[in-house]
Design a protein. Sequence first.
Length: 377
Amino acid sequence: MDSPLSGLAWLDRNKERPDSTADWLRRLATGDIELTHEAFHSLEPWRAAAHLRELLMSCGVLPAVDKRICSLERWLIGHLVDIPDSDHAQVIRRFATWEVLPRLRTSSQKKPITPAARRHAADQVKQATAFLTWLAARDHTLGTCGQTGIDAWHTEQNEYTRNTMRAFLLWCSASKLTRPFRLPPVQIRRATPMPQPERLKLIGQLLSDPDLPLRTRVAGVIVLLYAQPLSQVVRLTLDDVGHSNYQTLLRLGEPPSPVPEPLAELLHRWISSRDNMNTATNHASRWLFPGRRAGQPMHPDALAALINDLGIPTTAGRTAAIRQHVLEMPAPVVAEALGYHRVTTAKLASEAGGTWSRYAAGDHWRSPPGWTPQSST
């Protein structure tokens, strides 16, 4: 790290107090705390424990595991302890162990788990626990629950709760824990896009106002121009920024997307002055938006708060951007270039009244000749 004294001060802080970082390191060295992820689940305060765990993962001392899966496993331990009915706790443990966690681990092999996916997994467990309590209050169990009980529960819940509970109910049915029942189809509602003139005005403001924070300007334009969710924006690295024929490119899908001026100038200026680079946490980080945790990018919720503070609604802005793209270009091209699923862009094009039915043949998966990822500056 550039300033070792700050690291020594961090280790020296409250070093004689039990459960301090220095105390944990001593106990890890003596074997009093096992050097495993499971051992870290029980350490408190959990934020400090998570920070140390991520430092150890970044150093290769602990095996790398998705941080959001670690977070969910730690939270699950406390949640199960707080369930008063032992039978309910057993069902929830089975659901989390054999359904929720395996699905997250499989997803993490393809791409990192987003905070939204982590919250959704926890909500599935919490709603399943609440459903068992709801049944018990009516002198029912899973074994006596059938179509009548499911219908009664559905009428009392909002749309989010019904959709969140779907995985648990389907798991119960597949495990034959309930009587046969059928669920209504899932209702999907899309965010209302902001008007196109408002979107263009916000892009102009971010590009031209020097008084706004540089990080927020760059991230906000990527959302409004390329229709990128912040969960994907924070996963961008320096290797996703490149050049071809004197033009800056940003790899969001295939092929990489051109970056117009003045965004290109802002992007390079931000790369040379990124925050959170002065400690061991993210020293020499390749993240475009480094975070405060070791080896981790900035949390998308934290970045969203900075953008929202400027009066920019990220969801409505992203919805407006992708809608405009599918009106101007064939949906498959938009999907490939911006990292969307083809079915998603096809539906959006149909809803927006797009008229593209076909597009010119060619290899849209190949990067342009001369693509060279940008080295760190």
